[in-house]
Design a protein around this ligand. Structure first.
Ligand code: SF4
Length: 286
């Protein structure tokens, strides 16, 4: 059986070696997906957390709307941020927000105890009308420092996976640039697992992000992202290979890139998940 050029690139990005000829060359000056992956695999767990915080990139302005002023700040300030706010009041306020108000509300949020240990909130990045949306779990140390989801070694692997699909977090049209958001916007201390009350308090933000982006497909990466979107605690392995739904948007689940870095043998399954997501997307736009 022969592989198409695109399939070869996707396999290469996932670190799967083929008998077939090498994938087509990347644009001049750009590292190949395999080269990026090789770098990722060899990043030392000691070195990775020491990466210096990166300045905000101007080309990400689509995901970082102009700082809110006036009405947007007033909306954020008026939002009930305290735990146990009257049921539905806070969710309704968030569900009505535009991008600037939502960003400001997250930045000011004190709805759960995670606000106490954060360096900054991690809102999201990418095209605000992206066809593809990536949902991750909770910020780690690098994300907390840089204010961006999926940085460090796991972020490099995600970028390689996206590049194999001809997608990018950095630039492009709504079809080519993804939007990436985490389930939790603040880092849990010592990277512990998110607690149910933290997930519940943060869920309205992700829900509103998805409503604003209106993606054609969501790729949910990791146990807690999947739990949040699908409302189930079934294992990732049991949920893979099927198309789920969140608010009418098809959802494909897969392993978190950080897990793939520890379990390299699972990359073939992640490759299958990407192929499924690609088929779902192609069907959605046909
Ligand atoms: S994790 Fe979410 S709900 Fe908790 S303080 Fe941060 S933004 Fe607010």
């Amino acid at each position: 059986m022969g592989w198409t050029d695109r399939q070869q690139r996707m396999l290469g990005a996932m670190g799967l070696r083929l008998w077939a000829p090498a994938p087509a060359a990347e644009p001049a000056g750009a590292p190949s997906a395999e080269a990026v992956l090789a770098d990722v695999v060899h990043v030392s767990p000691v070195v990775a957390p020491a990466l210096a915080p990166a300045p905000a990139a101007p080309h990400r302005s689509a995901a970082r709307p102009t700082a809110p002023v006036g009405a947007a700040q007033a909306v954020a300030a008026a939002l009930p941020q305290r735990p146990n706010a009257p049921e539905g009041e806070r969710e309704a306020a968030i569900a009505a927000m535009d991008w600037p108000a939502l960003r400001e509300a997250v930045a000011a949020c004190q709805a759960c105890a995670l606000c106490q240990g954060r360096t900054q909130t991690v809102f999201g990045v990418g095209h605000i009308q992206a066809h593809w949306m990536i949902v991750g779990e909770a910020p780690g140390e690098n994300e907390d420092l840089q204010g961006e989801p999926f940085v460090g070694a796991a972020g490099q692997l995600l970028d390689a996976m996206l590049r194999a699909l001809k997608l990018s977090r950095l630039e492009g049209s709504s079809a080519a640039q993804v939007y990436i958001a985490n389930t939790l916007k603040c880092r849990p201390p010592r990277n512990r697992n998110p607690q149910p009350d933290e997930l519940a308090q943060c869920e309205p933000y992700l829900k509103r992000q998805i409503a604003l982006v209106q993606p054609k497909v969501i790729l949910a990466m990791g146990k807690f992202a999947i739990q949040q979107l699908l409302g189930t605690d079934e294992a990732v392995g049991r949920l893979r290979g099927r198309v789920h739904q969140y608010q009418g948007v098809p959802v494909v689940v897969t392993y978190h890139p950080a897990y793939l870095l520890r379990q390299l043998s699972e990359k073939a399954k992640a490759w299958d998940d990407l192929k499924l997501a690609q088929r779902v997307y192609e069907k959605a736009i046909s």
